[in-house]
Design a protein around this ligand. Sequence first.
Ligand SMILES: Nc1ncnc2c1ncn2[C@@H]1O[C@H](COP(=O)(O)OP(=O)(O)OP(=O)(O)O)[C@@H](O)[C@H]1O
Ligand SMILES: [Mg+2]
Length: 344
Amino acid sequence: MTPVEDRFANMALLIGEACALLNARGVVVAANQPMFGLLGQRIANYPMERFIRHQDFVETLRAAREDGRVSELSYTRTDKLRRQLHLRVAPFEREHVLVVIVDKTDTISIDRIRSDFVANVSHELRSPLSAVSGFIETLRDGAGEDRQTRDKFLAIMQAEAERMQRLIDDLLSLSRVEAMEHHTPNDKVDLHALLEQTIAALSAQAMAKQMRFAWHLEAPLGPDACCVLGMADELRQVFQNLIENAIRYGDAGSVIELGFMPEPDQPGFLRVEVLNQGPVIEKQDIARLTERFYRIDAGRARDMGGTGLGLAIVKHIVNRHQGRLRIASSPENTRFCVTLRRHA
Ligand SMILES: Nc1ncnc2c1ncn2[C@@H]1O[C@H](COP(=O)(O)OP(=O)(O)OP(=O)(O)O)[C@@H](O)[C@H]1O
Ligand SMILES: [Mg+2]
């Protein structure tokens, strides 16, 4: 190893990012492990421009070598996996050039997810908020004199305010569940009783659409058979959303079926099913239902009071319980299955 390469090796160790040392002809004379990991072992003793196909790369090498200038380049690699790389090129001792590459792919995609999320939340809050301010203005302009009009507007304002409240409650519960995702809750929860309570709480909603509930329990399930390991409040949230969805999106006048059965291929697990009759959910929609704010028919779902966060919360809670959520839809019915660990 030449003294230059030796000093490079020490420095590369310190930096930790992918580093390469190029000689006056732009050939890679040394590189650290992260650089080999990124571009492959094949770069050793070859001109680096063969592996970085960016029109300005050769010019930045020249600028570093001849003018002693430090330059930066953003570069998207499209072979194999698409990666967003950030290159820094600097002069290094006599005639050599140092290239450092930072992989920004993950940071960029996290930033994108975060900004999409903020845009979604703002969008969801904007319409109820502008409705409320619009009505306040109309009331102040004199529409409040007429009692009937005033009551009508106030009722709409209340509904819009409740919608914002629901959205904020859902966001808070999503972030709470996410923060706890790696703690598995282990209380004994009687799911049969929990589902009975949930149905009772939603019976008015079901009645308004002339829907009724039916149980199908599969033998052999003893008295303790419907007990699982988990946290009652969170599991209530899961089934409240699944059953509420079945009422909201199911056909008026149809039957919503609830079932328990031992999970066939997973001893020690219990499967709970919520089935409804209604429009078939297409495959590509099924794959995206648990994304935040994803609604199949956004306008229609929003009119029904949905925020599109329900299934995202369900998914996180089920994950935290080390369970599984499966969704299937056919002309016959739409089926949401939750598999949970049984209480022994
Ligand atoms: N049983 C179902 N049948 C048909 N479509 C459904 C069913 N359950 C959910 N969906 C679709 O999935 C979307 C997302 O459901 P999710 O529960 O996440 O949100 P939401 O019901 O719109 O709002 P929220 O639950 O936050 O009040 C719904 O908007 C609806 O389009
Ligand atoms: Mg819902």
